[in-house]
Design a protein around this ligand. Structure first.
Ligand code: ATP
Length: 299
């Protein structure tokens, strides 16, 4: 059971939005799909769902072609949020559940369970337009997964949610994954992706530039971060060969280095300048990797 994309390309006129993309997502995986604005994420999702046709390549779910319109196995939270503003929350969910193939009674039960789980039961009889943006989003997330899809595609599920709701949604989708679903989501929040995803891809101008498990991605990046906190002026450390970036933070400066030898040279040089309070070699964050791989997009 898996989702496979083989050499998938999408062109809009002369412009190539997705370029020979390959993805292989095993069942039960939480997969992060990252890229700058305009990288091609939503276009890829739409092709997977059969809402857009690829110009080239092949997309299969369990060796078969899929279509959101005909397959209740799929759940989708689109980037453009859209519920019926005048319809009441519970009525709307029951209706949408039925559209995804549920019986009325099953849909009623699922709507009520999910409203409770997401702590929005008290809005059941309110019209959607009376809810805040974040709460509307929670309702739309429920609509995407209440029919228990096996493949759930979430386009920016965390955008617009406050930190408490982000945690609630994280827990809900983790539970969903633990019950066997395959989840593919896009996000601009690297910390969420680090926390949730077993596998990820970064795409840049329609092409995949990074892919693998979080561990593999970090290891293959090679560079590490060195954090040094000292009361002394360490400005000269920035010019040591192999230091590729320096950031100041309250807990000291963070030097991005090419190899571990450079980290040791930094330590030795810092100690010559005076005693240090803190020294640590840390793995790169996904944010570091993302910025390095796609950050020059506007250059
Ligand atoms: P964001 O993070 O901003 O949502 P994205 O990665 O989802 O971005 P897409 O929406 O997939 O990006 O768009 C990829 C590129 O394809 C963009 O340059 C966009 O302008 C272009 N594009 C998308 N849909 C169409 C369309 N229907 N016609 C022409 N160009 C399009």
């Amino acid at each position: 059971m898996s989702l496979q994309l083989e050499n998938v390309t999408k062109r809009f006129g002369d412009f190539t939005a997705v370029d020979q993309l390959n993805l292989s997502i095993e069942q039960g995986t939480m997969y992060g799909f990252l890229g700058a604005n305009g990288a091609g994420k939503t276009t890829t999702f739409r092709m997977i769902l059969g809402l857009l046709n690829a110009n080239e390549g092949k997309i299969t779910w369990n060796q078969k072609r899929i279509s959101y319109a005909t397959s209740p196995e799929i759940g989708y939270l689109p980037e453009e949020r859209g519920l019926y503003p005048k319809m009441k929350v519970a009525e709307q969910l029951i209706f949408l559940g039925q559209l995804r193939g549920m019986s009325k009674s099953a849909s009623k039960r699922a709507a009520s369970e999910w409203l409770e789980k997401m702590e929005v039961s008290h809005y059941e009889t309110k019209k959607v337009e009376e809810l805040s943006k974040g709460n509307q989003q929670k309702i739309q997330v429920i609509a995407s997964l209440m029919h228990q899809p096996k493949l759930l595609i979430l386009d920016e599920p965390f955008s617009g949610l406050d930190p408490v709701n982000v945690e609630m949604l994280k827990n809900a989708i983790l539970e969903f994954r633990n019950n066997g679903a395959t989840i593919l989501f896009s996000s601009h929040r690297m910390d969420h992706v680090e926390e949730l995803c077993e596998q990820l891809s970064i795409i840049h101008q329609g092409k995949q530039v990074v892919s693998g498990s979080l561990r593999e991605v970090k290891r293959s990046f090679g560079r590490q971060n060195v954090r040094i906190h000292s009361e002394y002026d360490l400005a000269s450390l920035a010019s040591i060969e192999g230091v590729t970036n320096v950031q100041q933070s309250i807990e000291g400066a963070i030097y991005q280095v090419e190899t571990e030898e450079v980290a040791h040279e930094l330590l030795a040089t810092a100690l010559q300048l005076g005693p240090i309070r803190h020294f640590a070699i840390e793995e790169p964050s996904l944010q570091d990797i993302f910025i390095e791989k796609v950050g020059n997009v506007h250059a």
